[in-house]
Ligand binder design. Structure first.
Ligand code: GLC
Length: 428
């Protein structure tokens, strides 16, 4: 194993926590011990992928089992799981970042959270789960594992489409930017009312959480009817469609026709709808659709590129995404690619600073989106570009270590250090 791989494995083990639940022991890696000391849904999927490619399939399976252990009866899997609630109390009261952050759970309001000890948030995150399971299966060929988890995965994806395809067009809506995993991405600025800059970005985002919790009780249909924010997110839907194809593949491998048919049909319907409704022929990019009117949010961010991760994306659309945008040095192909916001957008902030405050996903590159895009580029026949992004990504991890973000112009690290999903760099 080379140096970077052993460092990656060491980090994932150092970030691992063990917890007992209903008489069983579970293990999971937290994204960062300092800043994110709980279990996050899509982070854990990435951690499982890294464990698996680093040869630890058993540990990778444990990571997914710990996510499924907290699956709700209706199939839901939520965005953060607070396995140890004692930590939550410290986090909320001692850290100002924490204080502003957790309006996202049901029950008592933030300062009183210790009274109800929330076990999870009420939101979800991009559904990478079946993709991670597929990766583990590819590396282990363990059909028993597929048999073990497939029913829970099926239940989860069905829950997602049942509760979030709010107008029946096979596209999922998110109820807050946090659900996309791209908290302060400018794709949401207009919809959260930040464009006129009347209130700072942070308060805009908090206000939305406040309404979702106290006025709408996190009910997707109430939010759809009267809420200020619901968006058919291109990144979320691309990941969902890719994962449905993974689910169909896994079902086929163990001969489960019911799940295969459902997942395959849903994936195709989702892809058709995404291309019909979100794709803009003029610019050759995909845009998020906001509100009941499906208003296109025309700003160039990483979400616009994400349909490339779907192998079945029509080649002409893939070609335009790559040639006109990904490798465009005025847009996403910054000195350290791939920028999370196009360089020529006015809001591009390579240092993540907005009015002097750290606001993530507004320019810097992240290893998880680079990982998605590198695989996608290879799949669609752009191996040279994939190799170059891989080389630069490795250079950053070798020089600085595993960080949450890197400045796309200088490569300087930003955000949380010793950050779990940055280990995906070993699988590019
Ligand atoms: C930030 C990211 C989100 C991630 C979380 C934990 O909130 O935006 O995608 O899951 O941190 O790492």
């Amino acid at each position: 194993m080379n140096d970077l791989s052993s460092k990656a494995l060491k980090l994932l083990h150092e970030n691992t926590q063990t917890a007992e639940y209903k008489g069983k022991i579970y293990k999971f890696s937290v994204p960062s011990k300092e800043i994110y000391p709980f279990q996050w849904l899509w982070d854990s999927c990435f951690h499982a992928i890294s464990f698996s490619v680093l040869g630890e399939n058993e540990r990778a399976k444990e990571e997914l089992r710990s996510l499924l252990a907290k699956q709700a009866d209706d199939g839901a899997i939520y965005h953060i799981t607070f396995w140890k609630t004692d930590k939550l109390k410290d986090y909320l009261f001692l850290s100002t970042r924490g204080f502003g952050r957790f309006l996202e759970n049901r029950g008592f309001w933030l300062p009183l959270n210790f009274l109800n000890s929330p076990k999870t948030t009420a939101y979800t995150q991009p559904p990478v789960l079946a993709k991670a399971a597929e990766k583990i299966y590819e590396n282990s060929k363990d059909k028993d594992f597929v048999r073990e988890i497939l029913p829970a995965l099926f239940k989860y994806y069905r829950w997602l489409y049942k509760t979030r395809d709010l107008d029946g067009d096979n596209l999922i809506s998110i109820l807050t930017p946090i659900e996309s995993g791209l908290d302060f991405c400018p794709a949401y600025d207009e919809a959260i009312g930040y464009k006129n800059k009347f209130l700072p970005l942070f308060l805009r985002s908090r206000w939305l959480q406040f309404l979702n919790k106290f006025i709408f009780n996190f009910d997707p249909y109430k939010i759809y009817k009267n809420g200020p924010f619901h968006q058919k997110d291109v990144l979320f839907n691309s990941i969902a469609i890719q994962a449905l194809f993974s689910l169909a593949y896994l079902a086929e491998e163990i001969g489960n026709k019911e799940i295969y048919d459902w997942a395959h049909d849903k994936a195709q319907a989702g892809l058709r709808s995404l291309c019909e409704k979100s794709y803009d022929k003029e610019t050759g990019l995909f845009y998020n659709l906001s509100g009941k009117e499906d208003k296109a949010m025309k700003i160039k961010t990483i979400v616009s590129l994400m349909p490339l991760i779907i192998s079945q994306l029509p080649a002409n659309i893939a070609r335009r995404l790559v040639q006109e945008h990904i490798i465009n040095q005025k847009e996403f192909y910054t000195p350290y690619p791939v920028a999370s916001v196009s360089w020529d957008e006015a809001v591009f902030a390579p240092d993540s600073l907005v009015d002097g405050h750290l606001r993530i996903w507004r320019g810097p590159l992240s290893m998880n989106t680079n990982w998605f895009l590198v695989h996608a580029l290879r799949e669609h026949g752009y191996a040279d570009t994939a190799d170059e992004i891989t080389k630069k990504s490795r250079e950053l991890a070798e020089k600085h270590g595993f960080w949450e973000f890197y400045n796309p112009l200088t490569g300087e690290p930003q955000g949380a250090r010793d950050f779990g999903w940055a280990t995906l760099v070993v699988d590019m």
